[in-house]
Design a protein around this ligand. Structure first.
Ligand code: SAM
Length: 205
């Protein structure tokens, strides 16, 4: 498995929603990040349906409203593996649609019914509709029948509880073909977060 751990700037820092060390850090420093507070509230009010509530209420500040620029670049430069791709925690599905092609079938997976509904609606007139599918399922229990050549994770890993990181790594390993590629944008781009980055690396190794 080849892995690209990348740095994701700006928006991601403000939207890291959960009880990660990072969110605790930002909570104690400042309480002005309103969308993050709302997300925290929704997730804590309902550990199972919190994400769905975020989507239902439109509290989705992480949503770029377009595909992740670096992913588009990799796609356009022919750098992405062909075959089967998975986008876990796909949200409104822009990344799924952006990289779907006759050579690459993409599965967009999200635990939120409302996210999947939104993704399905937004992509309904896409010309490459036969090259992708959206599924409502929990990444940690979902068992596909075929493995993937590429997994693209944008702000999914960083959204899960720190206790789930090693399960995330095991699932990624189990879902990828032996020569499959993982591309993940998980690190907020702030110098002071070096310790947090190191803790993530440690928990994944
Ligand atoms: C921070 S959002 C990122 C969404 C999307 N990748 C984007 O960039 O717009 C995290 C997403 O992961 C989804 N999610 C959270 N836990 C999940 C799980 N166990 N299985 C599948 N999706 C999950 C949430 O519903 C949410 O859409």
């Amino acid at each position: 498995m080849r892995t690209h751990l990348s740095t994701c700037y700006g928006l991601l820092f403000n939207t890291l929603p959960l009880a990660s060390p990072l969110s605790r850090l930002t909570m104690t420093r400042s309480n002005t990040s309103k969308p993050k507070d709302k997300i925290q509230q929704l997730l804590h009010s309902d550990p199972y349906g919190g994400w769905d509530k975020c989507w239902e209420k439109g509290v989705t500040p992480w949503d770029l409203g377009q595909p992740t620029p670096i992913l588009v670049h990799l796609h356009q430069t022919g750098t992405l593996p062909k075959g089967r791709s998975l986008v876990p925690g796909c949200g409104s599905g822009h990344d799924v649609v952006a990289i779907a092609s006759p050579e690459r079938f993409v599965v967009g997976l999200d635990v939120s019914e409302n996210a999947i509904r939104q993704a399905t609606k937004l992509s309904s007139s896409s010309k490459s509709a036969e090259n992708f599918v959206f599924l409502e399922a929990d990444f940690f229990s979902w068992r596909p029948t075929q493995l993937f050549d590429l997994i693209f994770d944008y702000t999914f890993f960083c959204a899960i509880e720190p206790e789930m990181r090693s399960r995330w790594a095991s699932r990624i390993r189990d879902l990828l073909k032996p020569d499959g590629e993982l591309i993940t944008l998980i690190f907020p781009g702030r110098e002071k977060l070096g310790r947090w980055k190191r803790s993530i690396c440690k928990s994944l190794l």
